[in-house]
Design a protein around this ligand. Structure first.
Ligand SMILES: [Cu+2]
Length: 526
């Protein structure tokens, strides 16, 4: 698998871009933090052992790994200590996590993407008070993918996630093993998770603009630190990218130091491997979404630099920010440049408004290796959901009286406006008003498939696959889908439920400030 982008090399050994373009802080480049088998984001394979996971506040001396981290999940297993461990799980396995709340406010853990019952879902209906504990006990029913976990106490989620409560879950299976074997991938060496989080540094406190737009940072950390680089060899790398930012959407792409675009291969999304890989030039990644990509550096020269960046885009924050706002000229805003699209967005995000270009990670080619390998033609099986005869449920996303709403309502704990009959298939038509902003809609308990997009913004076109408005990132199983202003997205959900009795979940925006503000709705499956 060669990459044409390397065929005409302008300058071998070109210097990396200026630091201001790179991380925006004038900070010093540092090696990318790559999780190991212990420590921060360390891979914890506990088998069926019961583990204790403790949410705790960090002493100031330990909070320095990234600006603003003041909380962590701690665990210990067989003499190894972990901070925000990556839980390595296997389909069918029983998971027992003894969760201890050692922070000074109520919290609860949600296993994002795992199809568990209500009791284990951690969706906020039950919280763990400070000093108390909660025993999670569930079986892994999901296919292989990169999932994650984070707090979900209603109204407190955003602050706790921002302060450092998050972690990854890596479920593997035979398809994963086949892929790793075919590409000679080693986790922690050439298969590396990239957790994107934008940080503001000075702790978590929100103003009106933050609550309306979401909390945006002015620097991007990957795996807990800004300005990372990775020394690489001439071979294929696999990056599993998780957007764990509270609110920011990225338009991810790769380019050489001289600006020439480098395509990548999309192999998976939220719910695991696609059936077949797709060559892509870029992909949008909203809060909580994941993409799994291959970057082929086998034709690169020693000294080349490839940059992972977020490209400029129109953030489309087009809501009126208060009831008193004068009517806005939406047509003019729609055609404005990023950062100028409205008063609101230009005031927001400090020196790094949403939609601004920035380099995120440098890959520095340092070593030549003999490498010839390609991914299996069929990566996995993705059965399409049969929507014949399925009922359609309309959902509208909008802003009114200072609150983000689903079907004109804000969340009320204990109410379930969405009632679903178990073991049925539904389609949901999610329509986002034009005077809105993009919303990353997440359903608990069930993965879904995106089956159609209508009236999508033009900037999604490079990702289009030419069928029913779908994007390359719509081709796999999803638990979170970004819906742009003016766009209608139809998803299919199979509500086959393996648990006895009614189960209650939530459907919400994963912009965590929107979620905490009530852009969430209860879903009862009975
Ligand atoms: Cu939202």
């Amino acid at each position: 698998m060669g990459v044409a982008a390397f065929a005409h090399r302008a300058r071998a050994g070109a210097a990396p871009g200026p630091a201001s373009d790179w991380c925006g802080t004038g900070g010093v480049a540092r090696p990318l933090f790559v999780p190991a088998d212990r420590g921060f984001l360390g891979r914890l394979d506990a088998g069926e052992d019961r583990i204790v996971l403790r949410a705790t506040s960090l002493p100031a001396s330990e909070a320095r790994i990234a600006p603003g981290y003041s909380m962590a999940y701690l665990a210990e297993h067989r003499g190894k200590h972990y901070r925000n461990p990556t839980l390595a799980l296997h389909p069918g396995q029983r998971v027992r996590v003894d969760f201890v709340n050692s922070v000074d406010e109520p919290t609860i853990v949600h296993w994002h993407g795992l199809g568990v019952d209500t009791r284990n879902d951690g969706n906020g209906a039950v919280v763990v008070e400070p000093g108390a504990r909660f025993l999670y006990d569930f079986d892994v029913r999901n296919r292989a993918s990169l999932y994650w976990y984070h707090p979900h106490p209603h109204g407190l989620t955003a602050g706790q996630a921002y302060r450092g409560l998050f972690g990854m879950i890596d479920v593997d299976d035979i398809d994963e093993q086949r892929l790793r074997s075919a590409l000679d991938l080693t986790v922690g060496k050439n298969e590396i998770p990239l957790v994107l989080q934008d940080r503001r540094g000075a702790g978590y406190a929100t103003n009106d603009a933050d609550r309306t737009h979401g909390f945006l940072g002015d620097m991007v950390c990957i795996n807990g630190a800004p300005c990372p680089y990775l020394d690489v060899a001439t071979r294929i790398y696999r990056f599993r990218v998780l957007n764990a930012s509270n609110a920011r959407t990225y338009r991810l792409a790769l380019r050489r130091a001289d600006g020439v675009a480098v395509p990548f291969t999309l192999i998976g999304v939220d719910g695991g491997l696609l059936s077949a890989s797709r060559r892509c030039s870029e992909a949008f990644l909203a809060s909580a979404e994941r993409i799994d990509i291959l970057v082929d550096l086998s034709d690169a020269a020693i000294g080349d630099t490839v940059v992972l960046e977020t490209r400029a885009f129109d953030p489309m924050h087009m809501e009126a920010t208060s009831e008193e706002s004068a009517p806005l000229d939406h047509a003019a805003m729609h055609h404005a440049m990023p950062g100028q699209s409205s008063d609101a967005s230009s005031h927001h995000g400090g020196g790094f408004p949403e939609g601004m270009q920035r380099a995120l990670l440098q890959l520095r080619v340092r070593r030549r290796v003999a490498y010839r390998a390609s991914a299996p033609a069929q990566l996995s099986r993705v059965e399409r959901i049969d929507v014949t005869g399925a009922d359609e449920r309309p959902l509208r996303l909008g802003f009114s009286k200072g609150r983000w709403r689903i079907n004109d309502r804000v969340f009320v704990m204990g109410e379930t406006p969405i009632e679903v009959r178990r073991n049925t298939v539904e389609t949901w038509l999610i329509r986002n008003y034009f005077t809105s902003m993009p919303h990353a809609m997440h359903l608990h308990g069930f993965h879904f498939q995106v089956i159609e997009r209508q009236s999508s913004p033009d900037q999604l076109a490079p990702l289009g696959i030419g069928e029913r408005g779908l994007l390359a990132t719509d081709l796999g199983w999803k638990d979170t889908v970004l819906v742009w202003p003016g766009e209608s997205v139809r998803i299919a959900i199979d509500f086959t439920l393996p648990y006895a009795g009614p189960q209650t979940y939530v459907f919400h925006c994963h912009n965590l400030e929107h979620e905490d503000g009530g852009m969430m709705v209860g879903v009862r499956v009975a």
